[in-house]
Design a protein around this ligand. Structure first.
Ligand code: GDP
Ligand code: MG
Length: 153
């Protein structure tokens, strides 16, 4: 099982709704490791970099207004198959369609204001981590009880 890193954002609506702690808890309860974390304001330029694949889409102007409207909390989450495990915890894009038990399914009812971003592949994660974090902001550390939380299989 490959250990992976993924880029997670608590989006502006998650910060405004005081869901930072809830989202961090869900990640930690799953046994994944947070190895970098900071609050920042996403600029228009950063938004265009992050959402490069969506810049030409009709909804992009609304997405940029939303993601730049209040601070976000950016995290790097590490663990076995962290990219797909986080996407499962996050749920479908549209909160109205996301399954109960997922973060978006439990707290969201909007397609745009869906509280959390998670990279969609290992390659996207590498690109997005490079956009949000420098190497010296990443704290890779051993978890003392790690073998009990993330077993080999
Ligand atoms: P994700 O990977 O599940 O976050 O979804 P996408 O990569 O398809 O879209 C990126 C983000 O753009 C989503 O999380 C939403 O915040 C927003 N978004 C996606 N589709 C739409 C849409 O049709 N309308 C609007 N207003 N926002 C959207
Ligand atoms: Mg996406």
């Amino acid at each position: 099982m490959a250990s992976e890193r993924t880029l997670i954002l608590v989006k502006p609506d998650g910060v405004q709704r005081k869901l930072i702690g809830t989202i961090v808890s869900r990640i930690e309860n799953k046994g994944l490791n947070i190895i970098a974390l900071k609050m920042l304001n996403v600029t228009a330029e950063l938004s265009k970099q992050h959402y490069a694949e969506h810049v030409e889409k009709p909804f992009y102007p609304d997405l940029e207004s939303f993601i730049t409207s209040a601070p976000v909390v950016a995290m790097i989450v590490e663990g076995p198959e962290a990219v797909s495990v986080m996407r499962m915890l996050i749920g479908a894009t549209n909160g109205r369609e996301a399954a109960p038990g997922t973060i978006r399914g439990d707290y969201g009812s909007s397609r745009q204001m869906n509280m959390i971003h998670g990279s969609d592949s290992v390659d996207s994660a590498k690109r997005e981590i490079g956009i949000y974090f420098t190497d010296n902001e990443i704290c890779s550390y051993g978890v003392a009880l790690g073998d009990w939380v993330c077993a080999a299989d």
